[in-house]
Design a protein around this ligand. Sequence first.
Ligand code: 2PG
Ligand code: MG
Length: 417
Amino acid sequence: MESRRIEKLRARVVFDSRGDKTVEVEVTVDGFTARAAAPSGKSRGKREVQPFAEGGAEGSVRALTEASRRIIGATMDDPLAVDVLLREIDGTEDFSRIGGNAALATSVAAAMAYAGSGGVPLYLALSRHLGVEPGIPLPLSNVLGGGAHAGSGAPEFQEYLLVPVGAKSAMQAIEANVLAYRKLGRLLSQEVRGYPLGKGDEGGYAPPISNRKALELVARAAQEGSDETGVRIAVGLDVAGSNVLDPKSGRYALRSDGLYLTGEEMVSFIGELVDRYGIVYVEDPFAEDSPELFADLQRSVPRAFVCGDDLVVTRPDLIRSAMERGAIRAAIIKPNQVGLLSVAAESARVCHGLSGLPVASHRSGETTDAYLSHFAVGTWCRLIKCGLIGGERMAKLNELLRIGEELGGGRMRGLSG
Ligand code: 2PG
Ligand code: MG
């Protein structure tokens, strides 16, 4: 690819879907301007980079604006070329000088501007640069939320997900998930008296019920949705285990179920749920510093995909070691956990090399940007976890439909093959 010049950079503070401040960046490359903002997580892994510089989003904008003198005028030989410069400029291990969100917004805006100045969409520029054939990911949809994303009284598990494993296209997958989501709403209004269908941070329902009850209802909604659409919809979970662990007792506190489990008991409990509800995907079932429990679970449910999020925080080295020791078969790829699109792409590559599933993922505080979908297609993440209901979630799904059109429907291999 030929060399192009970064002509302008401008950073500003904007708000995410939760109303928190984040950083948006505009970059102009060879006359083409692109804009990107970074999302923010609430249940963050200990080893994620710092999202913001000292002084929060404003501090990050100041730090990046100061550093922009070194970025403007630089040349890009490929869509991810600005990342080397960003790392040099920040100079810290955890991106604390400019903040991972400012770095990511710059990384993405520059990649998009580079792609746009060459007349191609981001997913195509990425797939060409990385030598990956583009593919459409299977959408994982959060339809019921608890934990850190909901108020007290909601289940402790953070996300109950629909996995439309039988879908052949993004359109089929989204339609099936929306139908099952509506069925879940009906079931909840019948079964949970007085619950006005309130929602959590990611647009899923957040009812005051136990984890067991939530799973039972989500599994019923998935079954009814499968029967009606003919597309098999399975169930997935993000436990966000670090937030369920009570640090004092070292037990997993599932208050809504009246259970206080040791690590080993939690392995058995999750294993039972996987068998009983046909769960195909379990993210962060344990705290981030217990890889041995992940490995125990993965061994006991070999057909399910145990997935690491806080466990591996989008770091290629951590993903490699967790997959090699058999702790996980899937890894969450959240670009702002590492602050650079190139590192996130490398993480997806590591997964492919170890026959694992990369799962492109949103954050609970999102923006209406849709570059996550381009990233997922361009690096062929097999799954995308981007929520379902809410403009900031649907923006990513609608972008998948548009990309699918360009790819002539697009290949969707999902969980199999
Ligand atoms: C997660 C995410 C996104 P947060 O744990 O997977 O769903 O939550 O962005 O709050 O870390
Ligand atoms: Mg997670």
